[in-house]
Design a protein around this ligand. Structure first.
Ligand code: UFG
Length: 329
């Protein structure tokens, strides 16, 4: 049994990770300020510390109270569009929270650290799948903040031996296959939950941001990765970290689906139409963003077993239709 500190453990991906760690017998301490997270998403027996990561005194107390075998750092501001309205806040908060957390970890000699990074590091790619050596050229303050955080962690490895894995998430989606957890953002900005809400009559009709892209059906192509597979990537990198140097991995299923294909998948899963209309392109959206996941598979044996579009949409539909108001219900 090991003990992990999970920041943002009450949030969407973080809560799925907490549940997976608890299920494999690990002890978990969560820090979450509950701005986006939900207390109801924390399993019984897990210590929840409601605190802002910027509160360094509180963070120091947490490291003094427990000895951790590793840190999973999910907590962050993560909306691309918002980051273009508040770039300095995004960079200040995401970078400083990561680096002070790493500093506390080093001080406590807890030398395994997993960072939730993002495919937004790649900017506007040329079309082919992104691999770890692809050019990094963020076009949003959010992407830039994660790139700076990754770079800080590289220095923490060089100087202090802090072994980190930066996991560049492509489009995290879906819900716990047993229906215990799901995606509940406020405001919701992601395609799959918005399409489901539109079909269930829980939200307005979906606006498709651009139907004139240079793609087969004119809509953007993304790599949707099931949250269960994404969490599995975290557990696997934790197991290999420490044996080796720090690493960066793209975490996507390797297949792209267009916005129209997602809409059709939601209609098949729910057996009802998704009301939608065409809208203008959303600034900052690349036409296509798909991962090469070869490195992660090779180093950790990871397989995206839940990431067919049908499985992703079915689990998301099941959770939302049983929790129409999210965790508030
Ligand atoms: N989309 C719509 N209408 C909507 C919402 C989204 O057409 O109402 C489209 C977007 O234009 C995009 C696709 O659906 O083509 C997916 O959009 P999301 O907002 O669901 O996700 P993003 O690809 O914009 O961003 C996600 C994460 C980011 C991360 C990025 C990396 O939210 O944090 O993936 O790939 F940086």
């Amino acid at each position: 049994m090991a003990r992990f500190l999970v920041t943002g453990g009450a949030g969407y991906v973080g809560s799925h990770a907490v549940l997976a760690l608890v299920e494999r017998g690990d002890e978990v301490v969560v820090i979450d300020d509950l701005r986006q997270g939900h207390r109801e998403a924390i399993p019984p027996g897990v210590e929840l510390i409601v605190a802002d990561l910027a509160d360094r005194r509180r963070l120091g107390e947490v490291f003094a109270a427990w000895k951790f075998d590793g840190i999973l750092h999910f907590a962050a501001l993560s909306l691309v569009a918002e980051s273009m309205r508040q770039p300095l806040r995004y960079m200040a908060e995401n970078v400083s929270n990561t680096l002070w957390l790493a500093e506390e970890a080093v001080r406590a000699r807890c030398l395994r650290f997993v960072l939730s990074s993002t495919a937004a590091l790649f900017g506007y790619p040329a079309g082919e799948p992104m691999h770890e050596g692809s050019r990094l050229d963020p076009v949003s303050a959010y992407g830039e903040s994660k790139l700076m955080a990754e770079r800080g962690l590289e220095w923490a490895d060089r100087v202090h031996g802090l072994r980190s894995a930066s996991l560049r998430y492509f489009n995290a989606a879906g819900a716990d296959p047993q229906g215990r957890l799901g995606e509940d953002h406020n405001p919701e900005t992601h395609l799959i939950p918005l399409a489901i809400n539109a079909a269930l009559g829980l939200g307005p009709e979906l606006t498709v941001f651009g139907t004139d892209y240079d793609t087969p059906d004119g809509t953007c192509i993304r790599d949707y990765v099931h949250v269960t597979d994404l969490v599995d990537a975290h557990l696997r990198v934790l197991d290999v970290l420490g044996q080796d140097r720090s690493a960066r991995y793209n975490v996507g299923n390797g297949n792209g689906y267009s916005v129209r294909q997602v809409i059709e998948a939601v209609e098949r899963a729910g057996g009802r139409p998704v009301p939608w209309r065409s809208g203008p392109r959303r600034p900052g959206d690349p036409a296509m963003l798909v991962a090469s996941n070869t490195l992660l598979r090779r180093d950790t044996g990871w397989e995206p077993g839940h990431s067919s579009l049908a499985d992703i949409v079915r689990t998301a539909w099941d959770w939302r239709s049983r929790h129409p108001h999210g965790y508030r219900a």
